[in-house]
Design a protein around this ligand. Structure first.
Ligand code: FE
Ligand code: CA
Length: 525
């Protein structure tokens, strides 16, 4: 992979010569975009996403001064050309074009590239104001139904910028995956903090004028700060992302039209609209995900040859409010039959998607812990009885039961649930109740940086495992989960970065599990 930032000086010279040679006025009038761009406009990198068998989205955003309003640009639109090629020097161009990057979308560019071959690696790059972007790499999905011998991808998320360096993203870039599933918490919307919950100073210091994100401009500047990171840019340039959002893209533990402080209705929805707009502007997603006011259609599916179906869920927009009065609780209301994490329409869509799925594996890519988990023995909890986290599927157990029914009815033979949000690594076997047979597995990816430097084990770990017989692994370091999937078996590796308080730490595999197709359950590897 090359990350080139080539020859803007040369290009400007050429441009100037051309302008003078042709008579300055007409050409200068034609290039207002160039005139306003005085430094490298691709400061936020490039990205690809939402791959299909014939293409993918390529993304960039022009922001010569990332933290300035509108990224340092005027409201004028800027022409951006793009090229997609089969070689990394962009010599054998397969598709190319020009789009207009408008200020209404923060000069972001989302090109839905079509007409490419399935299951093939491509390279792409942009050009604006005489400057070339870095070169990105992305792979199209295999043709629907085509045999797939192996798929390699990562699941990751929770990347609070000030909490640690993005070494895990650098390691993901080095693994050159087929794609990355980003479950969310891409940004954290809170105001500047200088220390974590334990009083340890954060390794990175946010600009002092970063308050809580409330307006579109606030959210845009937050994404610009995060996306300025070279390790994150390297990960995006290395493979396509399947992007989702959790709570912190909008507000801590928001649910439907309400935040955790119970600001609700139209007041909260105007904030949600700003947050979704900024999310769209910074993610490599299709036009179908352009928000309509406070609403976004973010649940969608991806078919990977004859190997797998990925259903990417939205567990925030249509869910029931958290109940029982406390973040961790055990109460009857959480089991009320009307409670839901997906809402009716998405539940129906999931059922149809899984019924139509043909692949060996059924992947539910989503945000918060799906399995039941009793937190009473975790550090910081002192419950005499069980404690369930109301922001997860434990807060809507009837909704979970309906999804398990959907899996059974659709004859989903090999469901794999991919999750994040807990800032811990977990592997669990999914079952309806106590002694019921295992129906599938859940792999929860730890955070990229949120929570800062971690430990291999938790205090009270033995008690935690005793409280939770379905829990098979628990880790408290930063990192990501690596998945290698074949028609016969799935291997998940819990990858841990040893430190995020300083850059450049190595990554190690703490634990691996195998799932044999047709035999739901976790086998230690
Ligand atoms: Fe998080
Ligand atoms: Ca979260």
């Amino acid at each position: 992979m090359r990350f080139n930032r080539r020859s803007s000086a040369l290009d400007r010279r050429t441009l100037l010569k051309g302008a003078l040679g042709a008579g300055a006025w007409p050409l200068l009038r034609a290039i207002p975009a160039h005139a306003q761009i005085k430094s490298f406009p691709f400061s936020l990198g490039v990205a690809a996403g939402d791959p299909g068998p014939d293409g993918f989205v390529i993304w960039t955003r022009l922001a010569p001064e990332p933290l300035a309003p509108l990224g340092g640009l005027t409201p004028a639109a800027v022409d951006v050309t793009w090229e997609v090629s089969t070689d990394e020097n962009i010599q054998r161009v397969a598709r190319s074009g020009t789009v207009s990057a408008s200020a209404e979308a923060a000069h972001s560019v989302h090109v839905e590239v079509e007409g490419l071959e399935p299951g093939r690696v491509y390279f792409y790059r942009f050009r604006a104001a005489g400057t070339e972007s870095a070169t990105g790499r992305a792979r199209t999905l295999p043709a629907p139904g085509a045999p797939v011998s192996q798929l390699r991808f990562a699941s990751a998320g929770c990347q609070q910028w000030e909490a640690g360096y993005y070494t895990a993203w650098r390691r993901i870039a080095e693994e050159a995956f087929d794609f990355v599933i980003h479950y969310g918490d891409y940004i954290y919307e809170a105001a500047v903090s200088v220390a974590d919950n334990h009083g340890r100073p954060h390794p990175r210091v946010m600009p002092p004028d970063f308050g809580r994100c409330l307006t579109l401009s606030d959210y845009r500047r937050r994404y610009a700060l995060y996306k300025s990171d070279p390790d994150l840019q390297a990960a995006h340039a290395a493979c396509a992302f399947l992007s989702s959002f959790d709570d912190h893209e909008v507000a801590n533990n928001w649910a439907a039209d309400r935040d955790s402080k119970k600001t609700a209705g139209a007041v909260f929805l105007s904030r949600r609209a700003a947050a979704f707009q900024a999310w769209y502007e910074h993610m490599p997603v299709r036009r179908a995900l352009l928000p309509h006011g406070p609403n976004i259609s973010a649940y969608r599916s991806f078919r990977i040859g004859n190997l797998a179906e990925v259903a990417m869920l939205d567990t925030r927009q249509y869910r029931s409010y958290q109940t029982c009065g406390e973040p961790f609780a055990s109460c009857q209301e959480a089991a009320a039959p009307g409670r839901t994490m997906l809402g009716e329409a998405q539940e129906r869509w999931l059922e149809e998607t899984l019924r139509a799925a043909k692949g060996t594996w059924q992947i539910l890519a989503q945000q918060v812990l799906f399995s039941q988990l009793d937190w009473r023995s975790f550090p910081g909890h002192h419950g005499a009885g069980p404690q369930f986290r109301m922001d997860t599927w434990d807060g809507a157990s009837a909704g979970r039961r309906r999804v398990l029914d959907i899996l059974s009815d659709a004859r989903a033979a090999n469901p794999v649930v991919l999750t994040g949000d807990s800032h811990k690594a977990l592997a669990l076997e999914i079952a309806r109740d106590g002694q019921d047979p295992c129906l599938g597995v859940e792999f929860l990816a730890t955070s990229i940086s949120s929570g800062g430097d971690g430990k291999q084990t938790l205090k009270n770990q033995d008690a935690i495992f005793r409280d939770n017989p379905r829990l098979k692994f628990l880790g408290d370091e930063r990192g990501y989960t690596r998945h290698a999937v074949t028609p016969k078996r799935w291997q998940a590796d819990f990858r841990a970065v040893q430190k995020v308080s300083t850059p450049g730490a190595p990554v190690v595999t703490r634990k691996s599990f195998i799932v044999e197709a047709g035999h739901p359950g976790l086998v230690g590897a």
